[in-house]
Design a protein around this ligand. Structure first.
Ligand SMILES: NC(=O)C1=CN([C@@H]2O[C@H](COP(=O)(O)OP(=O)(O)OC[C@H]3O[C@@H](n4cnc5c(N)ncnc54)[C@H](OP(=O)(O)O)[C@@H]3O)[C@@H](O)[C@H]2O)C=CC1
Ligand SMILES: O=C(O)[C@@H]1CCC=N1
Length: 370
């Protein structure tokens, strides 16, 4: 599927549900996903260094390699007839581990659907603990094993049925969840938290000594294999845990290993960033409607413009290196043309400053949550 094909679907009911509703209802869906399995794992291996402290920093790979790894991890868009609600089909590359989610709301469900769409897991390997009957029913209809409130036995059920446990509740609830989970954690478990702001030290402190922990900051585009995720390994995490985390997260998009001090910035940028971009797409479409374009056409063109521009940063050079966006912007901006008029308006309105402040504010909020 070409990106244009993707955007051309924007007017369908399914796309509208994706845009305005919750995640698409179970049904045959066409997912854009990454082929990042062994391909990107090999890249990671080339970037691995034996030193633990080095493992946490993709940036410490040889410079050229780092850029190559980053750009090669760019999900290759391919059309896939994934059918997440149908009987699980064994596939090569499926992780044998059973995956449990304590908390599976917006982000947890996006990960679950993304993992299944990518082929790295199957619904029958995944279970979830959620509180409300409504969520239990919704997840159950996907084919997951669903347990109730983590504080009332759900955490024990997840531990008994999982090798990898994702913590997908809001940061404010995490202490209680760790307390409920802790007695049931054994050496077989890898615990992966996606909670904004919550530090590795806090996770390790709330779990039995020696627990293997990873902190991940994903984003919702993992639903379609287009996530931008970063992760940091806990003190007891092994090489195998690092590979497993990378395998899972790169199956749903770009996944990079960072130092923990960078995680608040990651959260302010890629964790929260989809919301900023959705606002931009909406506003761009509004502008086009103001200028006379019908809403559906405006939205399709706005969304595809964002896809195309973002991909240019990764792919325009043709040699695997990223191109600075200012260079690409200059190529759009003809002397005395239309674009410079628009750009001047953005500068007058302080759009750059607003985006910088948005990322910084979200990063600060992440710090506070920790
Ligand atoms: N949304 C996003 O884009 C991102 C979110 N995150 C992180 O993901 C986490 C979840 O965020 P999000 O998905 O947006 O939040 P949601 O509110 O959508 O999901 C939270 C989930 O936790 C469940 N839950 C709460 N308490 C319990 C409990 N005692 N036992 C079992 N389940 C429980 C809720 O169940 P129920 O619905 O039944 O109440 C719900 O499924 C947060 O820590 C956030 O920082 C990280 C990156 C991006
Ligand atoms: O808004 C939040 O707190 C979560 C974390 C990053 C994105 N959403």
């Amino acid at each position: 599927m070409s990106p244009v094909g993707c955007a051309a679907n924007a007017g369908t009911a399914r796309e509208q549900a994706r845009i305005w509703g919750t995640w698409p209802a179970p049904g045959k869906a066409s997912f854009l996903h990454t082929n990042a399995g062994p391909f990107s794992r090999a890249r990671l291996e080339r970037c691995q260094t034996p030193e633990r402290s080095e493992r946490n920093v993709l940036a410490r790979c040889e410079d050229g390699q780092q850029r190559h790894a980053a750009s090669s991890a760019l999900p290759e868009m391919v059309e896939s007839e994934s059918e997440p609600d149908e009987a699980p089909q064994p596939q090569s590359g499926v992780l044998p581990d059973r995956i449990g989610f304590i908390g599976a709301g917006q982000m947890g469900e996006a990960l679950i659907r993304g993992f299944v769409a990518s082929g790295i897991s199957t619904f029958d390997r995944i279970s979830a603990s959620v509180r409300s009957a409504e969520r239990q029913h919704a997840l159950n209809s996907l084919g997951l094993q669903v347990f109730g409130n983590a504080l009332e036995g759900g955490a024990a059920d997840i531990a008994a049925n999982s090798d990898v446990i994702f913590l997908g509740v809001k940061p404010q609830y995490l202490d209680g969840i760790l307390e409920a989970l802790s007695p049931h954690v054994t050496p077989k478990h890898l615990v992966i938290s996606i909670a904004a702001g919550v530090r590795v030290a806090g996770l390790e402190g709330g779990l039995p000594e020696g627990t293997r922990v990873v902190r991940v900051m994903p984003n919702t585009p993992c639903l379609i294999g287009q996530a931008a995720s970063a992760y940091v390994l806990g003190n007891n995490a092994t090489e195998e845990d690092a590979s497993k985390t990378y395998a899972l997260m790169s199956s749903v998009g770009l996944a990079i290993n960072v130092e923990e001090r960078m995680m608040d910035a990651v959260t302010g940028l890629s964790g929260s960033g989809p919301a900023y971009v959705f606002m931009m797409v909406e506003a761009l479409a509004d502008g086009a409607v103001l200028a006379g374009l019908p809403r559906d056409k405006a939205l399709a063109l706005a969304a595809q413009t964002v896809i195309g521009a973002a991909r240019m940063v990764f792919e325009a050079s043709g040699d695997g290196t990223m191109t600075h966006p200012a260079v690409l912007k200059d190529k759009v901006t003809s002397p005395a043309g239309t674009t410079i008029s628009g750009v001047a308006e953005l500068e007058t309105s302080g759009v750059r400053g607003a985006l910088i402040r948005a990322v910084r504010a979200a990063a600060r909020r992440s710090e506070e949550l920790g």
